[in-house]
Design a protein around this ligand. Structure first.
Ligand SMILES: [Zn+2]
Length: 408
């Protein structure tokens, strides 16, 4: 059964905030105890086992750390599993050695275990009912839950096991067969059907407002109270920007994924573009990576095909009506003007229209990788996590990589 996560903001009372912080502290303490023990056993030539460590720790709670009983048992039990996972990643060569966490740098978080959800509250084990901002959107068996601090808010993530039909809501019949989507800096997204979506202005304006507080933060003395205060302020601003961005991206990605059978995006060479300092801030601010990530999993969930045209597919310089190539077009041109057929339209819409024929070819060649590759695009699939580095699944969107052989 598929797993889906609710992310819900909590409205704890001041007393509950204290309990949350206590629980996060207990989680850190348990992790540190486990890590120290692990290192000791390892140096003594032993083979540490996380379940044995967890058992040993829990057996000592009443004698040594009785305050642990004030928080959910998952808060101090789950860190041992995390320790195990951290070492697995380390042994697989995917991460560095697990280290001790610094209290002042750690984001407070803890596992809350099996919670029960009401419409306006969530019942946490031991802690009790905490007011929440929204009701869960689907029913299912709660697998685990995590409470964490996000600047001045507390967020709970509830992982549920959901029935197949509920996880994959029957998508409404798509209104269009194929659509091309061009991502830009002036206009966030332009579609081949002429629709354009502007990123919310607050994003830019908040980015500006953030500059002064972050400068102030960097001037504050390390470890001082005023530095803490400045840091909280910057964190709040960051959270706000994040919230505005996701409130824009999520509905957009959802509606685009629902409306079409096949979607074609450009395989933007984003890291290369970030090297251009004049554009770097604007690009990283735009949230293309996040948009693409959302489109990818939403298309997979609704059974749509998402294709990426390869990096060198000429989208902006071709005329979408006659196919004439206009090499003189620069980044500053906002309107595409064709000298051959007289076509005059928004530069980004012209680019999106150049992508949509790929969608048509993508429909013909559904699923056939090589056929798609010769059409100039490749399917984008959600990345799967793997513990074994040798079998690490990589999402291949690179044509060069595909032509070398079946590397993935
Ligand atoms: Zn033309």
């Amino acid at each position: 059964m598929p797993l889906l996560a609710h992310v819900i903001a909590l409205r704890p009372t001041p007393a509950q905030v204290t309990l949350f912080l206590k629980a996060a502290g207990c989680a850190r303490l348990a992790y540190h105890w486990g890590l120290a023990q692990w290192n000791r056993e390892y140096q003594a030539g032993g083979k540490p086992n996380w379940m044995a460590l967890q058992k040993a720790f829990v057996a000592r709670i009443d004698a040594d750390v009785p305050f642990m009983r004030e928080v959910p048992s998952s808060a101090y039990a789950q860190p041992f599993r995390h320790l195990h996972q951290a070492f697995q990643r380390f042994f697989a060569g995917n991460a560095r050695t697990p280290r001790f966490k610094a209290k002042h740098r750690d984001q407070p978080s803890f596992k809350a275990g099996k919670v029960r959800c009401g419409d306006q509250h969530i019942i946490l084990p031991v802690i009790g009912a905490v007011r929440s901002t929204e009701a869960p959107r689907w029913a299912g068996r709660v697998v685990s839950s995590t409470v964490r601090a996000d600047a001045d808010r507390w967020i709970i993530t509830i992982l549920c096991e959901v029935a197949e039909e509920e996880a994959q809501p029957p998508p409404s019949p798509p209104t269009t067969a194929g659509i091309g989507i061009d991502l830009g800096l002036r206009t966030f997204a332009s579609c081949s059907d002429g629709r354009q979506f502007q990123a919310p202005r607050p994003l830019r304006c908040h980015a500006k407002r953030q500059r002064r507080p972050s400068r102030r933060l960097s001037r504050r003395q390390a470890g001082s109270r005023r530095r803490q205060k400045a840091r909280r302020r910057v964190a709040r601003l960051h959270r706000r920007i994040r919230t505005i961005r996701s409130a824009f991206l999520h509905p957009l990605a959802t509606s685009l994924a629902r409306d079409s059978h096949v979607l074609v995006i450009e395989d933007l060479h984003i890291s290369g573009m970030l090297a251009n300092h004049h554009l770097a801030r604007a690009i990283s601010d735009a949230g293309w990576y996040e948009f693409r990530r959302q489109l990818t999993y939403k298309c997979a969930r609704y059974g749509r095909t998402l294709l990426a045209a390869h990096t060198f597919y000429p989208t902006s310089k071709l005329c979408c009506q006659c196919g004439n190539h206009n090499p003189a077009l620069t980044l500053a041109d906002t309107v595409y003007e064709c000298t051959v057929c007289g076509n005059r339209m928004d530069r980004d819409i012209n680019a999106a229209r150049n992508l949509s024929p790929l969608a048509r070819r993508g429909i013909d060649a559904r699923g056939e990788r090589t056929a798609l590759a010769s059409a100039g695009c490749l399917p984008v699939l959600p990345a799967r996590r793997s513990v074994n580095p040798g079998a690490r699944t990589r999402v291949t969107n690179d044509l060069a990589e595909l032509s070398v052989g079946s590397r993935d």
